[in-house]
Design a protein around this ligand. Structure first.
Ligand SMILES: *[C@@H]1O[C@H](CO)[C@@H](O)[C@H](O)[C@H]1NC(C)=O
Ligand SMILES: *[C@@H]1O[C@H](CO)[C@@H](O)[C@H](O)[C@H]1NC(C)=O
Length: 266
């Protein structure tokens, strides 16, 4: 209600138009403010992103579970392309139920790293090795939809809720070396990942959204609250819903099984 009065007040100042249109004008007015706030946050993030980004070495020890155990280390990880992040559509629905639709796109993104892995998947599939890993993602589209709350006092603050998203990607290309310390196998596994990862992401976008949205919502709200440092840590990953993660892994196993090179994998 406070919000509506404030809006009417400003519209009153800015526009002495016919009364009938005021409600519409309020909506447009807030839609504009919110769209600009979002664009501002995105521009702010983009201006701070280095290209390339060197990411600190990480040794992730997986908590012992039936899903996966062991450790995974990445060294000299370099990301490039994230700076190309652009909002291609920001749509704000100000009439109840208020909704926010934001589409983000990244034309091309590369990850180059050294890795050292010793993991046991599903208590039976060993994945080990070390070497270089290069991954390229083409045309990532990230369509988000959420509710939102805009507070005006004590200062203007936007926060989102009930986030869901649709992720689509044109291709994910892998160039892995040293998997099970075998170059021929590394070539095969790279091809299989090329063929399966992008279609898997596109096919199971809804489940990915279920798994990752709570975690992303937190990060986005941190960005809106002007937090200087976005907290991304290994513990964040432990907050992921294990049931959803398991369901996704099983679905991925199924898509692997129908790949013509499946026999050469295990
Ligand atoms: C932007 O997103 C809204 C909500 O999903 C959709 O209705 C609209 O068609 C989109 N516009 C463009 C230009 O993609
Ligand atoms: C994705 O869906 C298509 C069409 O339904 C199907 O042919 C393909 O096998 C699926 N791929 C994966 C990896 O889930």
């Amino acid at each position: 209600m406070k919000l509506l009065f404030f809006g009417l007040f400003l519209v009153g100042i800015c526009n002495a138009g016919p009364v009938l249109q005021e409600e519409l004008l309020v909506g447009d007015f807030f839609g504009d403010i919110i769209a600009k706030l979002i664009q501002g946050v995105i521009n702010g993030i983009c201006s701070k992103i280095a290209d390339p980004i060197n990411i600190a070495d990480k040794n992730i020890v997986l908590p012992d579970s039936q899903l996966a155990s062991g450790h995974f280390e990445v060294k000299d990880l370099v990301e490039s392309g994230l700076k190309g992040l652009k909002a291609t559509n920001i749509t704000v629905v100000t009439i109840s139920p208020s909704k926010l639709y934001v589409t983000l796109g990244i034309p091309s993104m590369d990850i180059n790293t050294n890795y050292d892995a010793d993991i046991l998947l599903a208590s039976l599939i060993p994945i080990y090795g070390n070497g270089l890993a290069n991954i390229n993602f083409k045309n990532l589209q990230f369509e988000m939809s959420s509710g939102y709350k805009l507070e005006m006092f004590p200062k203007m603050a936007l926060s989102i809720n009930d986030l869901s998203f649709k992720l689509s990607i044109d291709s994910a290309t892998f160039d892995l070396h040293g998997v099970i310390n075998n170059e021929a196998f590394s070539v095969i596994i790279s091809q299989v990942l090329d063929d399966t990862i992008a279609p898997f992401i596109n096919n199971h976008s809804e489940r990915l959204s279920k798994l990752l949205s709570p975690f992303l919502e937190k990060i986005i709200n941190q960005a809106f609250s002007g937090s200087k440092k976005l907290e991304l840590s290994a513990t964040s990953f432990e907050e992921l819903n294990e049931e959803e993660l398991k369901a996704l892994m099983i679905l991925y196993m199924h898509s692997l099984q129908s790949h013509p090179k499946f026999d050469q994998l295990f």
